[in-house]
Design a protein around this ligand. Sequence first.
Ligand code: G6P
Ligand code: FE2
Length: 189
Amino acid sequence: MEYKNPIGVNIDLETGVIPGAKKLVRRLSSLKGYFLDEEAYNELLKDDPVVYEVYAVEQDEKDGDLNFATTVLYPGKVGKEFFFTKGHFHSKADRAEIYYGIKGKGGMLLQTPEGKAEWIPMGPGTVVYVPPYWAHRTVNTGDEPFIFLAVYPADAGHDYGSIAEKGFSKIVIEENGEVKVVDNPRWRE
Ligand SMILES: O=P(O)(O)OC[C@H]1O[C@H](O)[C@H](O)[C@@H](O)[C@@H]1O
Ligand SMILES: [Fe+2]
């Protein structure tokens, strides 16, 4: 039997960086079609800001193993809609996930394959259990980076397809200075 070596790393709680992790950068241009307000999207695209960064420590896609990753989701809006991560189902749809809030303010949109959505507010110390079969997207509703850790089965995979096409049935917007979770006018099943 060959054993893997254990890993111990310190997350920088101010920046979200995991030393030695694989870094992924998602700019606004990689989120084409995701936001409702196309005019606001195209205007902001001139600067193509970084919307989020992911620092991932991933294993081979084996049953029973675990990955972990931090996400640094920057503050910002496209029109009224707060910056968010793409959001995904797991390719192995029955794989669950745990999120842990580190810094900043935001929340998670979750959704069943039938389109039933839930919103869970998140801040430092919040644990969110993402049950099997639920799609999940995080949203930054604050004015500083929203940083969190996620732990997920190594064989879960990312299925972006249906969210990229249809989005979530709810959107998270700012209206009269308040955070509101409202029906997505473009949602259709
Ligand atoms: O993959 P996205 O929906 O864009 O979300 C960004 C990332 O958020 C978390 O870090 C998850 O653990 C990652 O699996 C995911 O890739
Ligand atoms: Fe996930």
